[in-house]
Design a protein around this ligand. Structure first.
Ligand SMILES: [Zn+2]
Length: 206
């Protein structure tokens, strides 16, 4: 779409960072159905395959077990005990080291990027430009988000806050009311009914 004189499309800050190679290790490419504009968003942990340490036999982490790591196939969700350096991982398999820590009852998974001990590692389906790939790492290294977090401050989030049986904080409730009021007034404006703004629209605060 061509804008007016001197118009320059800037785009959102996150998509700009991705284009300049400053984004996270994995992103999703999205297209706005109405304008055809493409933009990027973070990948949520729910969109990845996940390997949790709790799913592995605790015995594997014990000294003397001889198991140094796990071979994981994110596509099939299979895993098997692995001897690092002695066995080459097959096609579609990634090898993940256990972190040292004999006192721990549980196996610790070592992130291939930062080496931190993790309870869960994820395999993202796309690379830093949204192209198909399998990238394994911890939540922080892959720059993952939560599906729940992406809905934050959307109308369905506001509705769930306002209908929650358990009490929420005053700030959260006020935010939710603001979101609802904003959505309602945008809707009213869209219908062309905004000249006579009914009093009911200004939702009672607190
Ligand atoms: Zn990491």
């Amino acid at each position: 779409m061509k804008g007016g004189r001197g118009y320059q499309r800037v785009g959102d800050a996150f998509s700009r960072a991705v284009q300049e190679g400053r984004g996270p290790r994995t992103v999703m490419t999205c297209t706005r159905p109405r304008t055809g504009r493409t933009y990027y968003r973070r990948v949520s942990a729910q969109e990845c395959s996940t390997l949790t340490a709790a799913a592995l036999p605790a015995l594997w982490g014990q000294p003397g077990s001889g198991v140094q790591g796990v071979a994981w196939n994110p596509a099939t969700a299979l895993f098997q005990a692995h001897l690092i350096d002695r066995e080459a991982p097959g096609e579609g398999w990634v090898q993940i080291r256990f972190t040292a820590g004999s006192a721990r009852a549980r196996v610790g998974l070592s992130c291939p990027h930062c080496g931190r001990t993790c309870r869960a590692l994820h395999a993202a389906p796309t690379d830093d430009q949204g192209r198909p790939a399998t990238l394994v790492g911890c939540r922080a290294c892959l720059g993952l988000t939560d599906a729940a977090r992406q809905r934050h401050k959307c109308p369905d989030w506001a509705a769930s806050v306002l209908h929650r049986a358990a009490p929420t904080s005053d700030t959260t409730t006020r935010r939710a009311l603001q979101v609802m009021e904003g959505t309602a007034s945008r809707f009213v404006r869209h219908l062309g009914l905004h000249r006579d703004r009914p009093d009911a629209m200004s939702a009672e605060n607190n």
